[in-house]
Design a protein around this ligand. Structure first.
Ligand SMILES: NC(=O)c1ccc[n+]([C@@H]2O[C@H](COP(=O)([O-])OP(=O)(O)OC[C@H]3O[C@@H](n4cnc5c(N)ncnc54)[C@H](OP(=O)(O)O)[C@@H]3O)[C@@H](O)[C@H]2O)c1
Length: 243
């Protein structure tokens, strides 16, 4: 077992969008640091398997809660289950997200609304439900949102996703101002091209940012000196940087 960070060992993390990709990799990474982890998403079968594997591999507690971030009731249910099973939350990773392309005329109102509902309002619901649990924890605490490079640039053919991720970044930095003086650091991680199911079959998948790279960054954000925080960061594939 590699050296665990004393800043993380024995503490509690809650992660949305943890049934695959970035969220799953980050759950595994935080558990490797000795954190108890609560994982939420809609695919309960995958979450249950992940929690079992994490407990067996890392000797921490793992809690799987089927959660749809489009529902405030569901997200509150996730937070309540975490409080009952694991207690206060030291690290929240609001990562659930969805994205469909399409030029404006080809995008239905429903598709646009769903994208905003999952990515932006879902981030709000997650923060709102978990803030009391984060306040109950002691010491430096960390909230991380998954934005996107798409939240920093315009992109023809992707307006719903781009709008949702611009919103996530603005929301994250506004929340950061609300909670900073309580010792709660808030960051939006904005990746571009992460090798998840979104890019299955892409010829340069191996050159993309790997989900584990984002997990590593979450660890860095949560363990850096507590006099500093990063509010907003873009993460590019090292060999595929273009803007
Ligand atoms: N891959 C990239 O290139 C890239 C780049 C920039 C940003 N991102 C962002 O990274 C995050 C994770 O994406 P990923 O690339 O790791 O792809 P992924 O494997 O598809 O992960 C998305 C996660 O969000 C969950 N999710 C989707 N809708 C949900 C809902 N209504 N309620 C609860 N959970 C929901 C999914 O689980 P269920 O389907 O089981 O609910 C899944 O666990 C997203 O926010 C995405 O926008 C990805």
């Amino acid at each position: 077992m590699s050296q665990r960070s004393p800043d993380l060992e024995g503490r509690v993390a809650a992660i949305t969008g943890a049934s695959s990709g970035i969220g799953e990799a980050t759950a595994r990474r935080l558990a490797a640091e000795g954190m108890d982890v609560a994982v939420g998403a809609r695919r309960g079968d995958r979450l249950g398997k992940l929690a079992d594997e994490i407990e067996a591999e890392h000797g921490v507690e793992a809690l799987a809660v089927e959660t749809d971030v489009r529902s405030m009731v569901d997200v509150h249910g996730f937070a309540d289950a975490v409080e009952d099973a694991l207690g206060p939350v030291d690290l929240l990773f609001a990562n659930a997200g969805t994205g469909e392309g399409g030029r404006v005329e080809a995008t239905s109102e429903e598709a646009f609304e769903t994208t905003i509902d999952v990515n932006l309002v879902g981030a709000f619901r997650t923060a709102k439900a978990f803030l009391p649990l984060i306040r109950d924890a002691e010491g430096t605490r960390t909230i991380v949102f998954t934005g996107s490079v798409s939240g920093t640039v315009p992109m023809a053919g992707s307006s719903a996703y781009v709008a949702s991720k611009h919103g996530v970044r603005g929301f994250a930095r506004s929340l950061a101002q609300e909670v900073a003086d309580e010792g709660i650091r808030t960051t939006a991680i904005n990746p571009g091209y992460v090798n998840t199911r979104w890019h299955e079959g892409h010829p340069r998948a191996d050159d993309m940012v790997q989900p584990e790279d984002v997990g590593e960054l979450v660890v860095t954000l949560a363990t850096m000196n507590d006099t500093a925080m990063i509010d907003d960061v873009r993460v590019w594939p090292a060999k595929m940087y273009s803007e």
